[in-house]
Design a protein around this ligand. Sequence first.
Ligand code: ADP
Length: 735
Amino acid sequence: MYHLRIVLLLLFGLNYFGNASIAQTKTYSKKEITKLTDEASRYLKEANFEKSLDISKLALRSSINANDLYSAAISYITIAANYAEMAEFDKAIFFYDKSLSYADKTNNDTLRKRINNNLGNIYCFEKKQYEKGIKYYEKSLKYSQKLADTNQVFITRLNIAWAFFDIGLFEKGFPSLEFINKYNKKYGDATNAVAVNMLNGMYYGHKGDDNKATSSFLNAIKFGNEGNEKSDLSFSYLEFSKYLLKKGDYKKAYENLARYNIIIDELYNEEKIKKANLVGINLELEEYKREIDRIETEKLAQLQSLNKSKIIVLLFGVVFCFLLLLLYTLFRNNNFKKKANATLSQTNMELLVAKEKAEEANILKSQFVSTISHELRTPLYGVVGITNMLLDEHKELADSPHLSSLKFSARYLLSLVNDILQINKIEDNRIILESLTFNVSDEINMVKSSLSFLAKTNDNEVVVNIDPNIPEYLIGDKLRLSQIIMNLVSNALKFTKSGEVRIDVNLSKVEGESHFLEFKIQDNGIGIHLADQEKIFDKFVQVGRKETDYQGTGLGLSIVKQLLGLFDSDVSLESAIGKGTVFKFVIAFDFNPERTTEIINNIQVDMSSTQIVKVLVVEDNRINQVITRKTIEKNNYKCCVVDDGYAALEILEKENFDVILMDINMPLINGFETTRKIRLKGIGIPIVALTAFDKAEITEEALSAGINDIIIKPFDSIKLFKIISILISKSKSIA
Ligand code: ADP
């Protein structure tokens, strides 16, 4: 057995017998490493394990550093063989496994053959793990056959046969026995002869072929005694003794067993001496193992750090690629953005132009609507005025259907024009709410009385109910409020027959100066269908009306909604067909007693005066001249009419007037210019502008020209006289 194990170690080759200089720091060349491994093998053969291990360690470190995998495998084999020789079989197996891993790395079949055979030896004959060992032998056999190493094939098959026979599996071992018998002469030598004969003895003994068995055993013993294979000889005696015992030949069995014991004792003594030599180095064995482990760990760490570096380089590469990609994407995005921006700026430019055009168109539309409305209002004012005059002067025409039709149509047209103008202004954000002191009750009653005719026509009663908690004077835009109420009440009166229209005003809450008034306009008329309740607030929407019915323009509720929007309010509607309709809204008005008194004081007018007032009317339109003159003279005032501004300046040189009513839109020289010239002459007579323009539109220019007040045509005569009185009394008090 021992002999077989040694056989393969000899195959390493002993090319170098010199002493290896052991220097830890030195870097060894491949050739030097080979010298080291050879030297280690030589020391092993000489059983100088300490030296062998020392040099192996150096060889291993150097080969790992030089990345010489073959030499590393050889170093491990020598280390493993050292341990096997010292009967440290577990360690031997550990290092053979290591060597096998290096042999695999180099793909070296010679090394694989050798290591597998040695592992087979240890497992079968030292560890007694036959099955495992036989597997290693079979692997070794495969590599030997591949390499056509017939000697090795022979030895391995011999070992396989022996292993199978040892565990009684004779038939399994027989093919190997046949093989070694066949090739014994060719490949076998004297050293194998003992074992070959012994195996034949064992097989034939098992088969009961006594002659062949006995002669085989005797041949084995003969070759053993002639040669030097003590161990194999001892096993031959032992197996022969077992055979004789089985045969019942106790005497001979005993004799052979005694011879076995003698040889074993000799071998044991040799082993003992060897063991004794080992005591010293055994202490260092652990140290060697640790050192070898350290070399491995260092190598692993190097590999890991190499791997890490590789990973870092790889990562860097990936990141770099990613950055490149990102850069490229950014570049493309940038280009795309540039293009998109160019398109956007182009579109923006186009939009800007379109917006400017739209704004221009809107301004033009507003101007157009405004101009047309003004142009329409002046003649309409004439039509309405003349109709009234006709009715005044010719009472017999009061019942004329033509005249009343004319009056109705003219009024309708006038209200349509006014409504369109109003909507236009709200939509252009040209309406700014005024802060005037007013009495809610007065405003409501004014609406009531101005709609009394309509109420009468439809046989309706108007009931007004004002919350007594509402302060007498509030501050706000009473004009817009009356417009809202007027629209809602006139609708209620229009769509109710022989019913009742209620106007309720309640103080819903007070927050500081703000008094929130809730207005409720309720009728018990025809009602509004649920489906129509939303759309009636749209412009020009009339529900269930005949085309010939001119009782409205379809703008009333739209104006109401938009005016309420100016007050930050909205209208709510509840209605049921046949039962009636309720419109509700809330507006906050300011209540400030101090400001109120001041405003009221300012408008205290002495209306008692019965003096004769001389009025100069500057008006180019003939019809308007007639209407205004009639109105003024009806109030017993004196009236002088001139056609244009120059005529006015001329007459003022000669005559004195109490007040001047000045038309604004006049040919040659307009009302503002005329006023400026009058003032330049140092004439301070109060001047009231009479205009179809909206008050807000001209106020600024009028005041700067020196005009004292503005009255919008068609004017309410009472209002006109009130203003005239105030202005005259003011100018007199100054004088
Ligand atoms: P119009 O000038 O036709 O009155 P509005 O905008 O004021 O226009 O009203 C739109 C429509 O709403 C009216 O034509 C009418 O059908 C309906 N409507 C308004 N108020 C009432 C009401 N109090 N009762 C019944 N229907 C009403």
